[in-house]
Design a protein around this ligand. Structure first.
Ligand code: NAD
Length: 479
């Protein structure tokens, strides 16, 4: 049945949108319509920001830890109830294989809400410190205010929760702008917020395109911007927030390296790279898309990757057996295909893939592709492709591997592979990146996640994320 939503979730209620504009949602695998939802206009953003401000001033910012913890726990339960519907909606919209969607957009998102609920329960808002000057000072962590959150389409539910959950735990209220590419899930999240009885206005959704995002970023009623998306958009948002002196966190793009050390077991490596490099059809910010192979084992590594990729099941993301689905939009497929053409033109060798899978008559599919003989200075090694395209780059020794890994404008993820985990960990310490895995890449939501260089500013996840939604205040007590 086609989705046909008529109202926006603002101020704890389903309200008629200010305009008649609609977002049409398309199934990435079939190109059929999934239905439509209202598109928020600037007037709706105004209403949402006012509702969030009223909720902030009206009690949420001063609510007790137990109230916030209970609200997040109820939200997690309501989300879990809807998980089967949410994960199917995400997979149909952006092509994410269902098994991955169940793991992340389902289980992981619910776990995030529960985790920040438990942190809210334990949170110390105020410390009394003895000053070396001989008096006491109260150091407070106050909620920063109304948050404007902007979310991309690749992991829309998890990336909404990475903002919503710590923001609410800290006592902030939030206005969330989902990407027009993945909006059905946002309405299901709003259903969960309503069922959980979150106080009116604490969470609001304004689905829309870039103009709505820009309006939210610059809105005078917002106290902090939390953005996940491309480096290009992040740069504009960072500049804008800089001019306004508005706190901002930016989770941006990546071009991460998988360093395969000379003693690595290639069976383990390619099994791990299936997820670390190709999860969500390569539409993953931290994907290890540069594969660094030791010169002495280069043909062996290329061969192992060819074998792994040739066995991947490409197909309908809603089929549990599928390992690689379509890309999220036709425009995005054009972009990925342009990179493949550029790789060829620059002299890299296509080992496997390089076109569209023949068995898929419809849908925005690109065959998983491996390029060998890639120069780290070439476009396909430097720019984020955001599709199932890997570049295998040879290196001489460990120092050379680290130098190539670090010769990038980005620094978000990474992996090091070796039979000797200690040796791999030593290499991992030398890679300029925000996160890196040894013999695997699993994002731990209890530890900070984020990027260096053009991969972003600030961190999400872990208790550290709470500080992005807090303002420190010192109350001196000299008298
Ligand atoms: P995008 O930047 O085009 O859009 C992201 C969101 O921002 C969308 O909701 C979009 O409507 C909005 N937007 C775009 N330009 C804007 C602007 N100038 N002002 C305000 N809002 C704006 O990115 P995308 O194509 O949706 O997502 C893919 C990108 O996101 C990739 O580069 C990927 O690496 C990155 N990403 C990063 C992380 C991370 O944690 N670092 C996680 C997931 C995705």
């Amino acid at each position: 049945m086609l989705v046909d939503r008529r109202y926006l979730f603002i101020g704890g209620e389903w309200v008629a949108p200010a305009s008649t504009a609609r977002i049409n949602v398309i199934n990435a695998a079939t190109e059929a319509s999934l239905g439509s939802v209202p598109e928020a206009s600037f007037a709706d953003v105004d209403r949402a920001v006012t509702a969030a401000r009223n909720a902030f001033d009206g009690g949420w910012s001063t609510s007790g830890a137990s109230e916030r913890a209970a609200a997040l726990a109820r939200f997690a339960d309501a989300l879990e109830k809807r998980s089967p519907e949410i994960v199917r909606a995400v997979s149909a919209q952006n092509g994410m294989p269902l098994s991955l969607s169940e793991q992340f957009e389902g289980g992981y998102a619910v776990a995030l809400a529960r985790y920040y609920g438990s942190l809210a329960a334990e949170m110390r808002v105020e410390d009394r410190r003895r000053s070396p000057l001989g008096f006491d000072t109260l150091v407070r962590r106050d909620p920063i205010g109304v948050v404007g959150a902007i979310v991309p389409w690749n992991y829309p539910v998890v990336l909404c929760l990475t903002k919503l959950a710590p923001a609410l735990a800290a006592g902030c209220t939030i206005v969330i702008k989902p990407s027009p590419g993945t909006v059905i899930d946002a309405f299901l999240l709003a259903d969960a917020a309503e069922e959980a009885g979150l106080p009116k206005g604490v969470v609001n959704w304004v689905p829309g395109d870039r103009d709505v995002g820009q309006y939210l970023v610059t809105h005078k009623g917002i106290d902090k911007v939390a953005f996940t998306g491309s480096t290009a958009a992040g740069r504009w948002i960072g500049e804008t927030c800089g001019r306004m002196l508005r706190p901002v966190s930016l989770e941006l793009g990546g071009k991460s390296a998988a360093i395969i050390l000379d003693d690595a077991d290639l069976t383990t490596v390619v099994q791990g790279l299936h997820f670390a490099s190709l999860a969500n059809n390569g539409q993953t910010c931290a994907a290890c898309t540069r594969i660094l192979a030791p010169e002495g084992r280069y043909p062996e590594v290329v061969d192992a990757l060819r074998t792994m990729v040739s066995a991947l099941v490409v197909g309908d993301p809603l089929d549990h057996a599928t390992q690689v689905g379509p890309l999220a939009s036709s425009a995005h497929r054009d972009r990925v295909e342009a990179y493949i053409a550029k790789g060829r033109a620059d002299g890299a060798r296509v080992v496997i893939g390089g076109g569209r899978p023949k068995q898929q008559a419809r849908g925005w599919f690109v065959s998983p592709t491996v390029f060998a003989d890639v120069d780290n200075r070439s476009t396909i090694a430097r720019e984020e492709i955001f599709g199932p395209v890997l570049a295998v780059i040879p290196y001489r020794d460990d120092d050379d591997a680290v130098a190539i890994a670090n010769d990038s404008d980005f620094g978000l993820g990474g992996t090091v592979w070796s039979k000797d985990a200690g040796r791999a960990t030593q290499i991992a310490r030398r890679v300029a990146t925000g996160t890196i895995g040894v013999n695997g890449y699993v994002i731990d939501f209890a530890a900070p996640f984020g990027g260096v260089k053009q991969s972003g500013l600030g961190r999400e996840f872990g208790p550290e994320a709470l500080s992005a939604y807090q303002q420190l205040k010192s109350i001196y007590l000299p008298g």
